[in-house]
Ligand binder design. Structure first.
Ligand code: AMP
Ligand code: GLY
Length: 430
């Protein structure tokens, strides 16, 4: 393998990117780490540049100007817009798929077609661009039923409808909100699929063509409220490992889902080099694919990376340059938890600019920044819906959770909100 890059630019501004920056800085190769646009926490660790994550020409110019030898892309929007294609044209290697691979996240219909074509387990589905036909289909299926908009919708494009009436309303709303599916170039705009039941797990796979390694397992908590109630969010907390994914189940997931997915993507002519994040429902009939994402998860990354003993820079560089074969992961036995601190009101309207006062550092606990910035007085203030991820490692999940929650309680911010039950499902299972 070629020698490791001496400088790396991380694109994005969330908790995922802060976790990536931290892990890259821990590389024995001691790279210079840059970030665009970053946040107030990332700026304490790495040089940040005010270039937006969707400004493809701006990011290419920045990478050139700062002589970044490698770019690691966080968010999906940049990938869909072809950031990695543009960097390749400029001769800059990057970790993350090109636009053809990013379509696996950007178009749910495209992904469903691939899953069905290659016989990968997933819920039965049909595609529509017409309300009357979609509603006729809904009426002929049992409720609950799931209605999804085709394109990227920041978590707002999926409705799990408990009743037929709710499903019909969702059909009308989603068809009206997503009139043209530009990314997918498909005629259909929504898909309607059977509702699956079970626990969800996030399987993050570092892929390089037909080679891959599976990162430590994790589970997210998508709803805003304790006990999985209220609206969906980007993710309110995670833990790793997800013990519900036993070694035997992980082997089944690998055999029935990961290997076939990687092979299907390659067979479609896509040279995928990046993270394939497979959202899986563990149904009574076996694991079933809910979705592909083509990037690291947020807040999954915050619990997965601290458990990885490997040099992240070496791992991502190997994937980006086609040298992943033979690399084995070393996973720490500790449990990791991330409790997301959000601004009260999220995922709807929430305040910005509230001062955050951090408690003294505590061993094993890390404040990963997401929506933070500095005000004119130089104080760190809230600047987004998900503000921080309080991440802790411990010999057991219970100990990790106790450390993280002590830090959540000690942190001061008038608008802080967090779930009290991150990890509870796993803690009460035994
Ligand atoms: P997606 O973006 O497609 O993963 O959907 C977002 C969330 O909606 C998932 O994490 C699930 O909680 C839920 N969901 C999606 N599809 C289904 C399904 N077929 N059955 C049950 N829940 C689903
Ligand atoms: N935490 C879910 C996601 O990153 O999509």
């Amino acid at each position: 393998m070629t020698s490791l890059p001496s400088s790396v630019l991380v694109v994005g501004s969330g908790g995922r990117e802060h976790a990536l920056v931290r892990a890259l800085l821990a590389s024995p190769a001691r790279p210079r780490v840059l970030c665009a646009p970053g946040n107030a926490g990332i700026a304490q660790d790495a040089a940040c540049f005010p270039v937006a994550a969707d400004d493809v020409p701006g990011l290419v110019a920045l990478a050139r100007r700062e002589q970044a030898a490698f770019v690691v892309v966080g968010p999906e929007v940049a990938l869909s817009l072809g950031l990695v294609n543009a960097l390749a044209q400029a001769g800059i290697p990057a970790y993350g798929p090109k636009a053809d691979g990013a379509r696996l996240e950007a178009s749910k219909i495209y992904t469903k077609e691939i899953l069905l074509k290659y016989g990968i387990p997933t819920a039965a589905a049909a595609f529509f661009d017409d309300a009357a036909a979609a509603i006729a289909y809904v009426r002929a299926r049992p409720a609950p039923i799931v209605v999804k908009a085709d394109g990227l919708a920041a978590g707002k494009g999926v409705v799990v409808a408990a009743t037929h009436a709710e499903a019909e309303a969702a059909v009308r709303t989603l068809l009206a909100l997503h009139p043209a599916s530009q990314i997918s170039n498909l005629k259909s705009q929504i898909l309607i699929e059977d509702c699956l039941t079970g626990e969800e797990t996030s399987i993050l796979v570092v892929v390089s063509g037909r080679d891959y390694v599976i990162l430590p397992t994790s589970q997210d908590h998508k709803r805003i409220g304790d006990g999985d109630t209220g609206p969906n969010t980007g993710g309110m907390g995670t833990y790793s490992p997800a013990e519900v994914v036993t070694p035997a189940l992980l082997e089944q997931i690998d055999r029935e889902i990961v290997r076939p997915s990687v092979d299907a993507i390659a067979a479609e002519g896509i040279d995928f080099r990046g993270t394939l994040f497979i959202g899986i429902m563990l149904t009574p009939a076996g694991p079933s694919v809910l979705e592909y994402n083509t990037r690291f998860g947020d807040p999954e990354t915050q619990v997965v990376l601290p458990r990885l003993e490997n040099d992240l820079l070496a791992l991502l560089w190997a994937a980006a340059t086609g040298h992943l074969r033979g690399i084995m992961l070393k996973i720490r036995p500790e449990h990791a938890i991330c409790v997301v601190i959000a601004a009260q009101g999220y995922p709807d309207a929430y305040p910005k600019g509230d001062v955050i006062t951090f408690p003294p550092p505590q061993s094993g606990v890390t404040f990963i920044h997401a929506g933070t910035t500095k005000n004119t007085a130089g104080e760190i203030v809230t600047n987004g819906g998900r503000v921080l991820g309080v991440t802790a490692l411990g010999p057991t999940l219970r100990q990790a959770a106790a450390s993280a929650y002590a830090a959540c309680d000690a942190l001061q911010c008038v608008s802080k909100y967090f779930r009290r039950d991150i990890g509870a499902r796993q803690l009460t299972r035994r």
